[in-house]
Design a protein around this ligand. Structure first.
Ligand code: NAI
Length: 380
C-alpha cells in the first residue's frame, strides 16, 4: 500500500516514519517548506542516533528516508491507497483540503484524519464519497506511543474501516474502536486527571507539588497532572478542555479552570516557555510537596473516583468497549492500570460512595455518578 501523509508537523512526520519503517512508499506533503525541512532534519537526527545506539543500520536509515517522497503538491497523492491528514486543527481548513484531495486521489483511496477534537462526520461531509473517510488518531510521539484510536464516522463504509484498521494493526499499533464523539476515548476519559487536580488546587486543599507527588508516588502515574500539563503546554491542554466542554453542551464535568486559563494568557505555557505551574529556569527553586499520606490518599481517591466515573460513563454511552477503554488509557497515556480494572480492584461500591460523598458535599452536577458505575456496583 502506498501511503500519503498530509502535513509534516510533529504528528505527520511521525506517521510518515512509521509507514516508511514498515516498508511503505510514503508521499509526505506540506505547503510550508521550512516546516518540511525542520521535520525531515529532526527525523534524520533521530534515526542517526538510533544508528549510534546500534538499533538500526545506516543502510536501513537511508532506505527508510529514501521511501519518503517530499512534496508541496497534493497531486502527488494520485496513486496513494490511503492518505492520512495531519494539518492544522481547523475544521474549515480540513474540509477544504479533503475536498481538494478527493479531486486528485483514486476512487478507492481512503482519506483518514488524525484530528484529535473535530467530528469525523463533519470532515467526511465535505467529500463526494464520504464513505471513504475515517478518523485514525495517533498519540504524540506517534512512533513511540502504541495506541491509535480508530473512529468511523456515520458515513464510513465497513470496508474502509476494516482496511484502515488492518493497515494500522500491521504497524504493530494497538487499535481501539471508538464512536465519533468529542475527545473520542482518551481525551474524554483523561479530563478529570487535569480538571479535578485543578479543582483541588483552586479550593486550596493542596498545592501543585503535593498533588503531583500524590498522583505519582501513591497512585503510580508516571507524571503528576501539573508536570504533565506543563509538558503538554497549558495553552494546548486548556484548548482541549475547552473544546470538549463546549462540544458536550457545557457539561460541568468538563468545565475548564481559570487557573489554567490565566497561565495560558500570561504565557506561562510550561516547559516550552520555561515557566508554567513550575519554574524551569536554571537554578529556580520550586515548592516541595507536603508528603502527608492522609492528604495524599484523599487527593488520589478523589481524582481517581472522577477518572473511573468518566471511564464508566464512556462505557454507559457505548463510546467503546470496556476492554478498549482500558487499553486506550494504558497504551495512549500510559496510565498504570486500566480505569475499569482499577475500579474493580478498589470495589465498585467504594467508587460510587466516593462520588456520592463529593456530590453531597458540593451539590454540583459535576459529581453525578454514572448509572453504569452504579450498575456495576449492584451486579457484583
Ligand atoms: P503541527 O502544527 O506540528 O503541523 C501541522 C503541519 O501541517 C505544519 O507543518 C503545516 O505547515 C502543515 N499544513 C498546514 N496546513 C496545510 C495544508 N493546507 N496543506 C499542507 N500542509 C499544511 O501540528 P501537529 O501537532 O502535528 O497536529 C496535526 C494534527 O494532528 C492536528 O489535527 C492535531 O489536532 C492532531 N494531533 C496532534 C497531536 C499532538 O500532540 N500534537 C496528537 C494527536 C493528534
Amino acid at each position: 500500500m502506498k501511503v500519503g501523509v498530509l502535513g509534516a508537523g510533529s504528528m505527520g512526520i511521525g506517521i510518515a516514519q512509521i509507514a516508511a519503517s514498515f516498508g511503505h512508499e510514503v508521499v509526505l506533503c506540506d505547503n510550508n517548506a521550512a516546516s518540511m525541512e525542520r521535520s525531515i532534519q529532526g527525523l534524520t537526527k533521530i534515526l542517526h542516533r538510533l544508528v549510534e545506539k546500534g538499533r538500526i543500520t545506516l543502510e536501513q536509515v537511508n532506505a527508510l528516508l529514501g521511501r519518503i517522497q517530499q512534496t508541496s503538491l497534493i497531486n502527488e497523492f494520485n496513486d496513494c491507497d490511503i492518505v492520512i491528514e495531519a494539518i492544522v486543527e481547523n475544521l474549515a481548513v480540513k474540509k477544504s483540503v479533503f475536498q481538494k484531495m478527493e479531486d486528485v486521489v483514486s476512487d478507492t483511496c481512503i482519506l483518514a484524519t488524525n484530528t484529535s477534537s473535530l467530528s469525523v462526520a463533519s470532515i467526511a461531509a465535505s467529500c463526494e464519497k464520504p464513505e471513504r473517510v475515517i478518523g485514525v488518531h495517533f498519540f504524540n510521539p506517534a512512533p513511540l506511543m502504541k495506541l491509535v484510536e480508530i473512529i468511523p464516522a456515520i458515513q464510513t463504509s465497513a470496508e474502509v474501516l476494516q482496511k484502515a484498521r488492518a493497515l494500522i494493526d500491521s504497524w504493530q499499533k494497538v487499535t481501539v474502536l471508538t464512536k465519533d464523539t468529542p475527545g473520542f476515548i482518551v481525551n474524554r476519559v483523561a479530563r478529570p486527571f487535569y480538571g479535578e487536580s485543578l479543582r483541588i488546587l483552586e479550593e486550596g486543599i493542596a498545592d501543585v507539588a503535593t498533588i503531583d507527588w500524590a498522583m505519582t508516588a501513591l497512585a503510580g502515574f508516571r507524571m503528576g497532572p501539573f508536570t504533565l500539563m506543563d509538558y503538554i503546554g497549558n495553552d494546548v491542554n486548556y484548548v482541549v478542555t475547552e473544546t470538549v466542554f463546549t462540544a458536550f453542551y457545557f457539561d460541568p464535568r468538563y468545565k475548564p479552570a481559570f487557573t489554567q486559563k490565566r497561565l495560558s494568557e500570561a504565557g506561562y505555557l510550561g516547559k516550552k516557555t520555561g515557566r508554567g505551574y513550575y519554574n524551569y529556569a536554571e537554578g529556580a527553586t520550586n515548592p516541595e510537596a507536603t508528603k502527608d499520606q492522609v492528604l495524599g490518599q484523599k487527593i488520589v481517591d478523589r481524582v481517581l473516583a472522577m477518572l473511573i466515573n468518566e471511564a464508566a460513563d464512556a462505557l454507559f454511552w457505548n463510546i467503546a468497549s470496556a476492554e478498549d477503554i482500558d487499553l486506550a488509557m494504558t497504551k495512549g497515556v500510559n496510565y498504570p492500570k486500566g480505569l475499569l480494572a482499577w475500579a474493580k480492584e478498589i470495589g465498585y461500591q467504594t467508587c460510587v460512595d466516593r462520588l456520592d460523598a463529593l456530590y453531597n458535599e458540593y451539590h454540583e452536577d459535576r459529581y453525578r455518578c454514572s448509572p453504569m458505575l452504579r450498575r456495576m456496583a449492584k451486579e457484583v
